[in-house]
Write a protein that binds this ligand. Structure first.
Ligand SMILES: [Zn+2]
Ligand SMILES: [Zn+2]
Length: 177
């Protein structure tokens, strides 16, 4: 995924991309860590605006995440819609502090480009990786699984909550006698 400056005619360009999650190799790593998977396609719309040698990119990406709930393990899907804002700046000085300057610019949210060509894959991949939640819940108030009998408390209630309390109380009551 690249855009050459010469294609930004009159300083403006709109592009739409339909990608496969597999186009972003780091996604596989990010998603195994959180038991989530991207299900294709990933729809990306970008508007490029060039001012002098700086290119502002705005747009959005839409994708579907398939996740397992961290409490009840139910598998569910979530539609993602992320805003994209990036600024590309030319990296045309040739000296040995390139790494330092790239770090500096990265902190300012600026992405260096070379040879009049904007590389989109890495920054978009970063955005997709960051959108993966570390722990997902099917609903905010998911009641989870009963740790004793495994019942899904969203679907049915069990008596386990009461039994350990009663038996503990029973033990205490006996000790006191
Ligand atoms: Zn749940
Ligand atoms: Zn139970």
């Amino acid at each position: 995924m690249q855009v050459e400056l010469k294609h930004i005619k009159g300083g403006l360009l709109e592009q739409e991309y339909t990608c496969d999650p597999a186009d972003f190799p780091d996604l596989a790593v990010a998603t195994t860590k959180s038991s989530a998977t991207y299900r294709g396609p990933v729809e990306i719309r970008l508007r490029f605006r060039q001012a002098a040698r700086m290119v502002e990119v705005e747009g959005d990406l839409r994708a579907t995440l398939v996740m397992a709930c961290g409490r009840c393990l139910a598998v569910f899907e979530r539609e993602l819609s992320e805003q994209i804002v990036m600024t590309f700046v030319p990296d045309d000085r040739e000296d040995d502090t390139v790494a330092e300057r790239e770090l500096e610019r990265h902190e300012l949210g600026m992405i260096p480009y070379r040879d009049d060509c904007l590389e989109l894959l890495a920054p978009l991949q970063e955005q997709l990786v960051m959108a993966v939640p570390i722990r997902a819940l099917c609903t905010e108030d998911c009641r989870g699984l009963c740790p004793l009998c495994g019942a899904d408390k969203n679907l049915s209630s069990c008596d386990c909550d009461r039994i350990p309390f009663n038996s503990k109380f029973g033990v205490l009551a006996k000790l006191k006698k």
